[in-house]
Design a binder for this molecule. Structure first.
Ligand SMILES: Cc1cc2nc3c(=O)[nH]c(=O)nc-3n(C[C@H](O)[C@H](O)[C@H](O)COP(=O)(O)OP(=O)(O)OC[C@H]3O[C@@H](n4cnc5c(N)ncnc54)[C@H](O)[C@@H]3O)c2cc1C
Length: 439
């Protein structure tokens, strides 16, 4: 512990709460400042619009969560969440072909996002030195007079405008709508550089009762889009004897939210399970459509014009296409890194944090943007080596396991260039699809 010390966290969602659990081991007091009011029971809320969409948590994220909040997986299971093997208990389709069955020892959990967040909030709320303030909009950063250090935040809530000072560390976990780069510019710092990829994706989710639907005897089915077929879809077991069905469209592919739209998109998929659930299932609510226009990674690592005492994390640092279900895992891995780095003191914490997080973010960013580029103008099937890998995966369980383990951030991407994998791909010749029409 470092004497009497405070840390503030902007945003009380998955990233902010996990950051708070990490900070609680180092600071005397941690205050999580969240603009929403939290529902008493697991329910989607305004500040996290993606909470209505299907969310899965995979093993690397689960491991980090259990490290930060011991026994977390058991608590989810007690709350009715199904857990299984990423490959044996889900039916995957890549390039229109089913992946073979194999057990690969990568655990996944299929819970609704509101339940996941509710359980994390319950655990973090039990930490004696963490306070969670609801209905509190943070609308600015406070610095020392020489602007070398962030020392707090300006908030507005039911007490009017309040300046909270005295922080040794402020975490920005306010998600993809973060205003922190804008506030920094307003304080006279150079614009934080950002990488952006316009992807124009849409997601629509509807929940159904699971009765009458055995989901092919597994926990769910996931069908990934591929060039020439821009729709993806999944249906996943959820707690409360429900299943969540999500469809998505790449690069502006039309996606609507009524039954006819859902069926039209589901019928494009190489499995009939999703279309069957929409046609015959009993919905438990309305369908929710969400646009995901752009992937964005703030390059705090590429500017030296920054104050000390500030760390961005989760979607506020990097927000990637949801189609590989990596965002919560990236946030959890970052929170764990933060906890471990704080053991080494607070000197150059931002630099060390960004260096430590870089490999996870690089990998997630490359997987997401690399996949998204297959649907954007300029795509050239002749140079798309990933098509060989994906097609190889549909024929060979070893290749399939390697692919899923990399995509889910368990193994590094270099695994896919190992000699044993390349040897298994030697005879794979994909039929080349037409490049998508330029929009
Ligand atoms: C359609 C879709 C499906 C997804 N599916 C998956 C999946 O299957 N698996 C997965 O791992 N990830 C998935 N993700 C990604 C995942 O939702 C995010 O990566 C994750 O929520 C990031 O957490 P976060 O805490 O950084 O940000 P957020 O969850 O966005 O939370 C930000 C919080 O900050 C609060 N806030 C914002 N501004 C302020 C302010 N000024 N003052 C105070 N509070 C503020 C908000 O109210 C909110 O509570 C999906 C995303 C989408 C869009």
């Amino acid at each position: 512990m470092s004497g009497s010390s405070d840390a503030y966290v902007i945003g009380g969602s998955i990233g902010g709460l996990l950051a708070a659990s990490a900070l609680a081991q180092h600071f005397d007091r941690v205050l999580v400042l969240e603009l929403d009011h939290f529902p008493a029971n697991p329910r989607a809320r305004h500040g996290v619009p993606q909470g209505r969409q299907v969310h899965a948590l995979v093993s690397r994220g689960l491991e980090a969560l259990n490290d930060l909040l011991p026994g977390f997986t058991d608590e989810l299971v007690d709350a009715g969440v199904a857990t299984g093997d990423l490959m044996a208990d889900l039916q995957w389709f890549y390039e229109g072909h089913p992946l073979p069955w194999a057990r690969i020892g990568v655990q996944m959990m299929s819970a609704t996002r509101p339940l996941l967040e509710h359980q994390i909030r319950r655990r973090v709320g039990m930490l004696g030195n963490v306070g969670i303030v609801e209905g509190c909009l943070v609308d600015g950063l406070l610095t020392t007079q020489d602007r070398k250090r962030v020392i707090g935040v300006r908030t507005s809530g039911h007490n009017g405008i309040v300046e909270l000072t005295g922080a040794e560390l402020v975490i920005d976990a306010s998600g993809r709508a973060t205003r922190v780069p804008h506030w920094l510019a307003g304080l006279g710092f150079r614009q934080v550089p950002a990488d952006r990829v316009q992807i124009d994706q849409s997601y629509v989710t509807r929940q159904y009762r699971r009765k009458n639907h055995d989901l092919g005897g597994r926990l769910g089915t996931v069908s990934m889009p591929f060039p020439g077929q821009p729709y993806g879809g999944c249906v996943m077991t959820e707690e409360g004897d429900r299943c969540g069905l999500m469809l998505w469209g790449m690069a502006g592919a039309r996606l609507g939210s009524d039954d006819a739209d859902l069926i039209a998109a589901a019928e494009q998929l190489p499995t009939g399970i999703l279309a069957d659930v929409v046609r015959t299932g009993a919905p438990t609510g309305t369908s929710r459509l969400m646009r995901f226009p752009v992937e964005r990674r703030y390059r705090y690592d590429q500017t030296d014009s920054l104050p000390a005492g500030l760390i961005p994390m989760g979607d506020a640092l990097c927000t990637i296409s949801p189609s590989h279900a990596q965002g919560m895992t990236v946030a959890a891995v970052q929170a764990l890194a933060l906890r471990n780095l704080l053991k080494g003191g607070e000197a150059d914490l931002l630099g060390r944090f960004l260096a430590e997080s870089a490999s996870t973010i690089d990998t997630a960013w490359q997987i997401a943007t690399g996949n998204d580029a297959r649907f954007l103008p300029g795509y050239d099937p002749a140079t798309d080596h990933s098509a060989i890998l994906r097609l190889g995966a549909s024929r060979d369980p070893i290749v399939a396991a390697a692919l899923l383990r990399v995509v889910q951030l368990v193994d590094p991407p270099t695994r896919l260039a190992d000699e044993d994998i390349l040897a298994r791909l030697r005879d794979v010749r994909p039929a080349r699809p037409e490049a998508p029409a330029q929009r």
